[in-house]
Ligand binder design. Structure first.
Ligand SMILES: C[S@@+](CC[C@H](N)C(=O)[O-])C[C@H]1O[C@@H](n2cnc3c(N)ncnc32)[C@H](O)[C@@H]1O
Length: 237
């Protein structure tokens, strides 16, 4: 059981950019007055307390875990994480379950001026894959339990794993910030009838033609978009 997480200022900055609910009222004002460029490149790194970000992030991830574990058993599972950010959720799943393996697809840069909308061009990113690996190992994950893939290289050049996954997890990423269809060709290769896909979307009905089962397990009211968290299975395309 993870009681606290170890992180440095660079990692805390990434976490804040990935989980913008962690933004304090003070930083919100700074962003409003001095603009998104200053916020993304300076304030989000130097006007924060890494320790406080770590404590709050862990609390958020424990509550995400608690919701998912009511519905899913993670023991001995092969898990694909898409846009997992600093992967605090994956860290907790790993600490609470037996023998999971995580394949992680993320991006490896920070956009210069982040806006949190629907990204048609698939250009927004806020991660650093070296720091992600360091964070996971430094917080107790065995290097043999995960592999990280860079979307812009590995995905675009077919270097991502084509194997059976029990779960695909993408919180506040796939179909929240960028179109689900970006990954559709890949999903056609890897989804089987038992794979469960967990993600956040404002259009759960859109997926009725793609999946036989769609279960809404939560409704978000305080996030940037008023989304639903869904578990989809029995892919029919
Ligand atoms: C809002 S954050 C959510 C992070 C994490 N899932 C969480 O709940 O804390 C969205 C993440 O998606 C990543 N991302 C953006 N485009 C992506 C893509 N095409 N494939 C994988 N990850 C992507 C970003 O770098 C960012 O870390």
């Amino acid at each position: 059981m993870i009681k606290n997480i170890h992180l440095n200022r660079d990692i805390a900055q990434l976490i804040l950019l990935q989980r913008i609910e962690l933004l304090s009222p003070f930083l919100k004002r700074v962003r409003k007055i001095l603009g998104r460029y200053f916020f993304t490149n300076f304030a989000s790194k130097y006007f924060i307390s890494p320790k406080l970000i770590g404590t709050k992030y862990l609390a958020f991830m424990l509550s995400e875990y608690s919701l998912l574990s009511k519905n899913l058993n993670f023991d001995n599972k092969n898990i694909l994480s898409i846009g997992g950010g600093m992967c605090g959720l994956e860290l907790i799943i790993n600490s609470k379950s037996k023998d999971c393996f995580f394949s992680i697809i993320e991006k490896n840069y920070i956009s210069k001026k982040i806006t949190y909308g629907w990204d048609n061009q698939n250009k927004e990113a806020y991660n650093n894959l070296k720091l992600l690996e360091f964070f996971l190992i430094n917080n107790g994950m065995n290097k043999k339990s995960f592999k990280i893939y860079d979307y812009d290289y590995d995905y675009n050049f077919d270097q991502i794993p084509e194997k059976k996954f029990d779960f695909i997890i993408s919180l506040y990423s796939l179909d929240y910030h960028y179109d689900f269809n970006l990954y559709l060709d890949y999903f056609k290769k890897i989804l089987n009838k038992d794979t469960r896909l967990i993600f956040d979307t404002i259009r759960p009905d859109y997926f009725k033609t793609m999946f036989q089962n769609i279960e809404i397990i939560d409704s978000m009211q305080s996030t940037v978009h008023k989304s639903k968290r869904v578990i989809c299975s029995n892919f029919i395309l």
